[in-house]
Design a protein around this ligand. Structure first.
Ligand code: ZN
Length: 201
């Protein structure tokens, strides 16, 4: 217990972060109080705004600022001209691919992978939204960039058979992505190569 009830509450709240226990939380709390009050307030405002407003993009299911409005990537007309969708497991996978600057098309974010034992099926991954896009947009290729794990493979196969019904080319990112590795842990050059050397499914 500290000398201040508010400080105790702050230390408690900071422990919501991954890897932050009581010792680190206490250090961060004193750091913000002693040296970074203004920046700390700006940070909490940014966190508040993001957590209160960010919702899923109605097109790609990545995060967007305003509910039911397309995200920044889907609003980009030049991306639509590419007529391709890259399917990834997480929003941070999109960030990793964008950072590699090797892909300029559109995305679809699953927020996970098929995992029947955990009750995660096609509906939980929003695959009906992907289906709608395949039937409504002019899509020429779907690139599946799920992780090379058992669940990632199963998810890729499921999506591939769904895409093929629409007579659309479907491919999977290839070399360089380590088994069981997530896209975020792969460097940009490797990711660019794995996109370039994708193979048809
Ligand atoms: Zn979007």
């Amino acid at each position: 217990m500290s000398s201040s009830n508010l400080l105790d509450k702050m230390i408690e709240a900071l422990q919501v972060m991954p890897g932050i226990g009581p010792v680190s939380a206490t250090r961060i709390a004193y750091y913000l109080l002693d040296r970074k009050r203004t920046e700390g307030l700006l940070m909490t405002k940014a966190v508040d705004e993001a957590l209160s407003n960010i919702s899923l993009c109605p097109i790609c299911r990545n995060y967007t600022d305003v509910e039911n409005e397309p995200c920044q990537l889907c609003s980009n007309a030049r991306r639509k001209e590419k007529h391709s969708i890259c399917v990834v497991e997480t929003p941070s996978d999109v960030m990793a691919i964008e950072a590699s600057a090797s892909y300029q098309g559109n995305y679809f974010v699953l927020h996970g992978h098929l995992s029947p034992l955990d009750g995660i099926g096609p509906h939980e991954l929003g695959l009906e939204y992907l289906k709608d896009r395949l039937s409504q947009e002019r899509i020429e290729e779907v690139i599946i960039a799920t992780s090379h794990t058992v669940e990632g493979d199963v998810t890729a196969s499921y999506i591939a058979s769904m895409v093929k019904k629409f007579d659309i080319r479907v491919s999977r990112i290839a070399t360089g992505v380590p088994l069981g590795g997530e896209l975020g842990s792969v460097d940009g050059n490797t990711l660019a190569l794995s996109l370039n050397y994708r193979r048809d499914m």
